[in-house]
Design a protein around this ligand. Structure first.
Ligand SMILES: Nc1ncnc2c1ncn2[C@@H]1O[C@H](COP(=O)(O)OP(=O)(O)OP(=O)(O)O)[C@@H](O)[C@H]1O
Ligand SMILES: [Mg+2]
Length: 411
C-alpha cells in the first residue's frame, strides 16, 4: 500500500519536475537536446519501480569478527565464494536504499545536474549489481571482483560531487528547506553507507591479494603511530607546497600500541585532521619561519575498549562565532582562492589519498570535519572539537577496538 502511494506520488512529482524543467528552459529559449536529456533524467529520478521493490528488503550487516574469522587463509576459496554470494545479494539492497534516500530531498534538488549525476550513477551501479549472474563458480567470483573494482573507481568522485551539489543548492534554498539538520541526516546516511559498501567491496578484493599481516581490509598488526607518521609526511608535503613551510608533528603516549584494525576510515580521518591543524598553525603564525612554527602534538592512548587520538595545534583556535558551525557540512572559512578546483592542495590530496572517500579537490568544501565525525561514529566512536580561542584547537578522535566480547560496530 505504502509502495503504491509512493509510486503515485513519484509519478506525479516526476511529471511536475519534467514540466518545470522544460518550461524553465523554454523560457530561456534553450530547449535543446541537452534540455530534453536533463528532463528525462529528472523523470527517471522518481520512476524506479524495480529499485523501490529491492529497497523494501532489509540490509544484513556484518561484525568485524565475522569477517576476521571467516577470512581465514586456510579456507580462502570457500570463503571467497561465500563472500561474493553475500555481496551479490546485499549490495543491490544497500544501493537501492541510497537511491530511495535521494527522493526525500527537497524538490529543487532533483533538478540540480550534479546531484542528478550522482543519482544516475547509483542507478547504473544498481543495474550492474542486480543483473549480475548467480555466483556459483570460481570464475564467477573473479568476474564479480572485476565488477566491484570498476564500480569503486566509478564512484571515486561521489563525495566531491555531493559537496558541490549541496553547495549549489544551498544558495537557492531557504534555511527552512535545507537546514543543517536535513543536510546532516541525508549526508551522514549517504556517506556512512558508502563507506560501508566500499569497505565490504575492498575487503573482498583485498582477500584475493593475500597480503602479509592482513585479512582482506583488516590489518592484524595495526599501529596507529605508523599510520599517523605516514599521513604526517603526506600533509607536510602538501603544506610546504601550499605555504612554503610546515609545522613539525610530535607524537607521544602509546606509540608502540598495535592491534587488529581497519585502516581505511582511520587514515581518512587522520589526514583531514592533520590538514586542518597544519593549515591553521601556519596561517596563525604567518610571520614565523621554519622552527618558529609551534609543533602539532599528537597523543595516542590505547586501552582494552577503545583507542583515542588527540591532535593539538596552536593555530589560534576556532572563533566563538563559528565554533557551532564547524561540524556542519559545507561550512568552511576557506576563501574562494583556496576552495576552488584550482587548489593545488586539493589536487595532491586526490592523487595520494586512496582512502574510502576517494575524494578529489576536497580542500575548502567544508567536508573534512563533518565527514570525519560521520566515519568515527559509524565505527562506534566519536569526534569532539575543543577550541581555546586565541591559542589553539584540540580534536579528540575516539574509536572502538575490534573486540570479541562486545559488538563494537557493524558494517
Ligand atoms: N584546527 C583548526 N583550527 C582552526 N579552525 C579550524 C580547525 N579545524 C577546522 N577549523 C575550522 O572549521 C572549518 C571546517 O573544517 P573542515 O575541515 O570541515 O573544512 P575545510 O578545512 O574548510 O575544507 P575541507 O576539509 O573540506 O578541505 C574550517 O574552514 C575552519 O574554519
Ligand atoms: Mg579541512
Amino acid at each position: 500500500m505504502a509502495g503504491t502511494r509512493l509510486s503515485h506520488w513519484s509519478r506525479n512529482l516526476a511529471r511536475a519536475q519534467e514540466k518545470l524543467c522544460i518550461s524553465q528552459l523554454r523560457n530561456k529559449h534553450e530547449y535543446s537536446q541537452e534540455a530534453r536529456e536533463r528532463a528525462r533524467a529528472v523523470a527517471a529520478y522518481y520512476n524506479q519501480s524495480e529499485i523501490e521493490h529491492v529497497a523494501e528488503q532489509k540490509s544484513v550487516r556484518l561484525t568485524p569478527w565475522m569477517i576476521l574469522y571467516s577470512g581465514d587463509s586456510h579456507h580462502l576459496d570457500k570463503y571467497l565464494l561465500k563472500s561474493a554470494q553475500y555481496l551479490h545479494k546485499e549490495l543491490p539492497v544497500r544501493v537501492a536504499h541510497r537511491i530511495k534516500s535521494f527522493h526525500g530531498l527537497p524538490f529543487i534538488m532533483g533538478c540540480n545536474p550534479v546531484i542528478l549525476r550522482v543519482h544516475d550513477l547509483y542507478i547504473q551501479s544498481f543495474k550492474q549489481l542486480h543483473n549480475f549472474q548467480a555466483i556459483k563458480t570460481a570464475e564467477d567470483v573473479k568476474e564479480y571482483a572485476v565488477l566491484l573494482e570498476r564500480l569503486l573507481d566509478d564512484h571515486s568522485t561521489v563525495i566531491k560531487d555531493l559537496a558541490t551539489g549541496f553547495r549549489q543548492c544551498h544558495k537557492h534554498l531557504n534555511e527552512e528547506m535545507l537546514g543543517a539538520h536535513m543536510a546532516r541526516k541525508f549526508l551522514d546516511r549517504m556517506l556512512s553507507s558508502r563507506l560501508a559498501i566500499r569497505m565490504l567491496a575492498m575487503h573482498h578484493i583485498l582477500l584475493h591479494r593475500k597480503e602479509e599481516d592482513h585479512i582482506g581490509m583488516i590489518h592484524t598488526k595495526f599501529y596507529p603511530a605508523k599510520s599517523i607518521e605516514k599521513f604526517t609526511n603526506f600533509t607536510t608535503k602538501m603544506c610546504e607546497y601550499e605555504y612554503g613551510k610546515a609545522p613539525k608533528v610530535r607524537m607521544c603516549g602509546h606509540i608502540q600500541a598495535h592491534f587488529p584494525y581497519i585502516p581505511i576510515p582511520f587514515d581518512y580521518i587522520i589526514c583531514e585532521l592533520l590538514k586542518n591543524a597544519m593549515r591553521f598553525s601556519v596561517e596563525h603564525h604567518s610571520s614565523s619561519y621554519g622552527n618558529g612554527l609551534p609543533d602539532i602534538i599528537v597523543t595516542i592512548v590505547n586501552n582494552h575498549q577503545d583507542f583515542i587520538i588527540k591532535i593539538s595545534d596552536r593555530g589560534g583556535g576556532i572563533p566563538h562565532e563559528v565554533i557551532d558551525k564547524v561540524l556542519e557540512y559545507n561550512f568552511t572559512t576557506a576563501n574562494e582562492t583556496t576552495n576552488s578546483e584550482s587548489n593545488p592542495m586539493g589536487d595532491m590530496m586526490s592523487m595520494a589519498n586512496q582512502g574510502p572517500n576517494g575524494n578529489s579537490k576536497m580542500h575548502g568544501h567544508g567536508f573534512g570535519l563533518p565527514m570525519s565525525r560521520c566515519y568515527a561514529e559509524y565505527m562506534g566512536g566519536s569526534l569532539v572539537v575543543q577550541s581555546m580561542q586565541g591559542y589553539g584547537t584540540d580534536v579528540y578522535l575516539r574509536l572502538k577496538r575490534i573486540d570479541l566480547q562486545s559488538e563494537s560496530f557493524r558494517f
